[in-house]
Design a protein around this ligand. Sequence first.
Ligand SMILES: C[S@@+](CC[C@H](N)C(=O)[O-])C[C@H]1O[C@@H](n2cnc3c(N)ncnc32)[C@H](O)[C@@H]1O
Length: 325
Amino acid sequence: MESTALFRIGQTEVSPAAAEAALARSVDTRTLFARHECGDWGNTPKWLAGANSNAAATRYSFHAIRSTYSLGADCEAVVVTSVDRARTRLMLAEEFMTHELSVADGYALWADTYDYPNPLIGVEEPFFDAVLSRLPAIDSAVDVGTGTGRLAFKVARGGTRQVLGLDATPEMLGVARGKAEAEGLGGLGFKLFELGICPLPVADASVDLVTCGLMLCHLPDVMAAIQDCVRVVRPGGWLILTDFHPATAGFGWRTDTVTPDGVFRLPNFPTTREEYVRSLTGAGCVILEIHDIGLDGEPYGDISEPAMRAKNLPPLCLVILAQKI
Ligand SMILES: C[S@@+](CC[C@H](N)C(=O)[O-])C[C@H]1O[C@@H](n2cnc3c(N)ncnc32)[C@H](O)[C@@H]1O
């Protein structure tokens, strides 16, 4: 019976080492591409097989589809399809390596596909939207670590007169600017800037709202970063901070992007939820809302260490709404 392809695999390539190993074991590499595109994920662990199936069922996903097949005793091959489904590479398992990248290099690599559906954004966004909808009209806002402008667009579309998106990665800003031009949103601008290297290019107490989405986890000094964000908010104004939950670091979770060329990990610094709270309150804010959100998009519940260990799963996302006194 002929199987049906579940997703596009684009241009295929076989590494020289994998081609040699397959030839020596009389394995036709075309059969491995065929198994891969039909959803036979081979020996991949269960969690990855599930993520593959979810990604294969949708046209776009941030997830690179990855299968592992045995070529014979002690020899495994990995087949990886890029997130845009333009390219699939078959290589020996040992050739599929993990690389450590800087924040700027990591997001430069990720920029073109950053807006694809991503589970972290999937759970964060409903909470961010709800928090934003509870604020009164905002006249001016700064989105720090704006990336492709996701949160800046949300604020600007809500009628805010002036929104400035700041980010350290030119490629992410390039995507943001392209979208802003296409949408024709007046009052929305983007600027290259690296928080932690110099202060925000914004006057003290001058904006109604600072947003900062999924970015502070990449900074070694969260307290100084948050203090600078609070500095530019006017008294009575707000901050909405979202992040890859600090508790994920204790479980070894990292920000990464996967391509047919390997796993590319970005720096994440260990910070605690308490440090976020103390940084905000220490800089003169009150916490109005704090949400620990689980992988299922629901409030996580008990965030004590024993409770997290019992679940063997940390909360995925942290969302905080604070007001400057
Ligand atoms: C996960 S993305 C988040 C983008 C956007 N805020 C969102 O929520 O979709 C993290 C962004 O933070 C930016 N970033 C990381 N460190 C930064 C820093 N020190 N200053 C400014 N931007 C930074 C990266 O370039 C990247 O675009």
